[in-house]
Every structure is written in structure tokens, then in C-alpha cells.
Design a protein around this ligand. Structure first.
Ligand code: PMP
Ligand code: GLN
Length: 387
């Protein structure tokens, strides 16, 4: 038979699945894959259960149920002052993962150049390649994840179709500031490109920072596709409800891809997310406050053991330097060692770089209950405690 292996088949199993399987095998505490411990807000879950009974369960409209599209538009206005036409500028997807695929497959023509900033979330590069895009990679690197402006500028060319960016950024926990966004916006405009903005962690920013969507910068409203995820905003990662906001001319080709990918998303979950997006501001600030407390709990615990941790401005994740606890192998070995010997799992940061050459750092997820974080810290302390 002809080999089945094509662009996507050539990739190994994603690092999140690999590390979660290893954690299960060794009964380790899983601080690898980013999913919260809890079961999401009770009222949002209850709304989903009610909608299962009181709303239709047949195919909803391809663009999403009107209530959710209206809620996404209202959320864009409330938090970012964006004036969005819910009928022409919002589309519901099956998670941000599908939103990303629809944006990339919908906008990229074979041969188009796509600028991306490493470290990269796992699905970006395979889908860009499957779409025939030519990746132009720029890197931010630990420990400070500074934007290399000259390299970014050099990555743009007249063949640049789009920039794919992620802020707040997984796994670096970097939140792009206005000055960086202005620099990026200038390049996108100068090269007449689009920007696909993965903003799934939009409500998970810490220490009084504010998330700024690239779409809110001058000149960017008509060039950006902004992606959100109920998985992150409501701590319900298994639901896979995402949403794309973009000007009508940008959204149209994205919707063409969506209609052939999933076409729709379970309607009861859409109704529940519409309900959730309308919750008081206190829900959203409470989410960030609680997650910041979890970050502090894990960071302080790691630092007490001797881990040097990097600045964490947002997301579910904090990066730690494995040299600081005297480990001389690479990050993949370390994650394996820590799972088997200490009973705690993390994710190697090298998995987010094409060249897999950043080998000294691991990513811990802190979106967990206090007791789980405390148990993980206790296990690590027993294993690594100095002298
Ligand atoms: N983008 C980033 C940066 C992520 O970390 C994730 C995973 N949580 C996703 C997209 C995918 O989100 P979803 O689960 O909504 O598909
Ligand atoms: N976004 C999650 C993470 O970065 C995992 C998502 C997945 O497993 N595909 O850990």
C-alpha cells in the first residue's frame, strides 16, 4: 500500500497527551496538560443541563446560536470597547483549536508566508503546513521572552499573508504590552497582512495587567481574527466551545473552512456559554484573582525547593529552570524523571520550539486545587530538597 503518512501523519503524538498518559501510568500529579481541577461554575453547567432539555438538539445555525453570537459581541464591547455586528462578525467554533484551523485553512493559500512567534502552541505549525503556508518563525526565549523586533521585521515580506500570535502566551506566560502590539500592528499594516490572534487566556492576566487585543489598535479592526475559548474563560476545557470575531470580509473565508470542518457545535453548550459571558464583571475578575493565587502558591512552593521560576504574567502556566535544582540532563529527561521518581508531571518547553533546542526549562500548570498544588510541592520537596 502507499504510505498513509502525509503532512499531519508525520507528527508524533502531541506532548500534552504523551505527558498525561505518563502521569496516569505512574499515578503522578499532573501539572503538565493545562486543565483546571474543578468542574467549572455550577450555574453555567446547570444552564447547559437545562438547555439540553428545553432547547432544540438538532443542528444549530452554522455560525452559532444567535444568543451566543450576541453574547460574544457584547463581551467584546464590555471588555475592549469593540463595536461588533453579531450577525456578520462573530462565529462559534468547536473550541479555539477549530477556530485556529478554520482561520488558517480559510485564509492561507499554498505558498503564502505565515509569521509565527515561537514557542508555538502544538496545533499551529501542522495546520499552517497542511494549508500550504510557509512558516516564518521568530523566537522569544527564556528567561525574559523579549520580542526580537529586528527579527520580527525581517520575517515579514510582501508574501506575508498573516501573522499568527498568542497573547497571553502559552507556555511563556508572556502578555504582550501596548508598545509591542503597536510595533506588530505597524508591520501587519505595512505588509498588508492579516493577524490571527489566539487570545484564549484573555481573562487570565495577573498583577493588575490588562489584556489588550491587537484588534483594538489603530488600523487593526479590519485585519484581525480574534479567537476566544469558553474552555479557559469558564474552566471547562472539555466543552470545546470557541468563538472568532472578525470583520465580515475576514470572517467569510474563515466560515467557509468552518462549514467543512465541524459545521456546528453542541447547541446546549452554546446556550450555557452565552449565559456565562453575560455574568457580572466580578466573575471575570474573580477568575483572574483565584488563578493568580494559585500561581503564587505554586511559585512560592517551587522557589522554596530551590527551583528558579520565570516571571508569569498570565495563562495557566509557570516556567521553571531545571538547572537550578541541579539537573544536568535535558527537559524531556527531567519531565520523565520527575514523573517517575517524584510523582509530579510537567511539560518540557523544548516541545514548543521547532528546533527543540531550548532544553533547560519545564512548564508547570497551576490551574489546580490548593490541596493538589500542596501535595505536588510536598512530593517535589521530598525528592529535590537540598542538603
Ligand atoms: N490556544 C492555546 C494557546 C491554548 O493553550 C489552547 C489550549 N487550551 C488552545 C488554543 C485550544 O483551546 P480549545 O480547548 O478551546 O480548543
Ligand atoms: N492547552 C493545553 C495546554 O497547553 C492543552 C490542550 C491539549 O491538550 N490539546 O496544556
Amino acid at each position: 500500500m502507499k504510505p498513509a503518512k502525509a503532512v499531519l501523519g508525520g507528527y508524533g503524538t502531541t506532548v500534552f497527551e504523551v505527558m498525561s498518559a505518563l502521569a496516569r501510568e505512574h499515578r503522578a500529579i499532573n501539572l503538565g496538560q493545562g486543565f483546571p481541577d474543578g468542574n467549572g461554575p455550577d450555574d453555567v453547567r446547570r444552564r447547559a443541563a437545562e438547555a439540553l432539555e428545553d432547547s432544540p438538539n438538532q443542528y444549530p445555525p452554522m455560525m452559532g446560536v444567535p444568543e451566543l453570537r450576541q453574547a460574544v459581541a457584547a463581551h467584546n464591547r464590555r471588555f475592549y470597547g469593540l463595536d461588533i455586528d453579531w450577525q456578520r462578525e462573530v462565529m462559534v467554533t468547536s473550541g479555539a483549536t477549530e477556530a485556529l484551523a478554520a482561520c488558517l485553512l480559510g485564509l492561507i493559500e499554498p505558498g503564502d508566508e505565515v509569521v509565527m512567534i515561537e514557542p508555538l502552541y502544538d496545533s499551529y505549525l501542522p495546520i499552517v503546513r497542511r494549508g500550504g503556508g510557509i512558516p516564518k518563525l521568530v523566537r522569544v526565549e527564556p528567561p525574559d521572552w523579549r520580542l526580537p523586533r529586528a527579527a520580527l521585521e525581517a520575517a515579514f515580506s510582501p508574501r506575508t499573508k498573516l501573522l499568527l500570535m498568542n497573547s497571553p502566551m502559552n507556555p511563556s506566560a508572556k502578555v504582550f504590552d501596548r508598545d509591542e502590539l503597536e510595533f506588530i500592528a505597524d508591520l501587519v499594516e505595512r505588509y498588508d497582512a492579516y493577524a490571527v490572534c489566539d487570545e484564549v487566556y484573555e481573562h487570565l492576566v495577573f498583577d493588575g495587567r490588562k489584556h489588550v487585543p491587537l484588534m483594538t489598535l489603530p488600523g487593526m479592526r479590519g485585519r484581525c481574527a480574534r479567537i476566544g475559548s469558553a474552555g479557559k474563560t469558564f474552566s471547562l476545557t472539555g466543552w470545546k466551545v470557541g468563538y472568532v470575531t472578525a470583520a465580515p470580509e475576514v470572517l467569510q473565508p474563515i466560515a467557509k473552512a468552518h462549514q467543512f470542518l465541524t459545521f456546528t457545535t453542541p447547541p446546549n453548550l452554546q446556550h450555557a456559554v452565552a449565559y456565562g459571558l453575560a455574568k457580572d464583571d466580578s466573575y471575570f475578575t474573580g477568575l483572574a484573582t483565584a488563578m493568580q493565587a494559585s500561581r503564587d502558591r505554586l511559585r512560592n512552593g517551587l522557589e522554596r525547593i530551590g527551583f528558579k521560576t520565570l516571571d508569569c504574567a498570565g495563562t495557566y502556566f509557570i516556567t521553571a529552570d531545571i538547572r537550578s535544582v541541579g539537573f544536568n540532563g535535558n527537559d524531556v529527561d527531567f519531565c520523565h524523571h520527575m514523573t517517575v521518581e517524584a510523582g509530579v508531571t510537567a511539560v518540557p518547553v523544548s516541545a514548543f520550539y521547532q528546533a527543540a533546542d531550548v532544553t533547560q526549562f519545564v512548564r508547570f500548570a497551576f490551574c489546580k486545587d490548593d490541596a493538589v498544588l500542596d501535595d505536588a510541592i510536598a512530593r517535589l520537596a521530598r525528592h529535590f530538597a537540598r542538603g
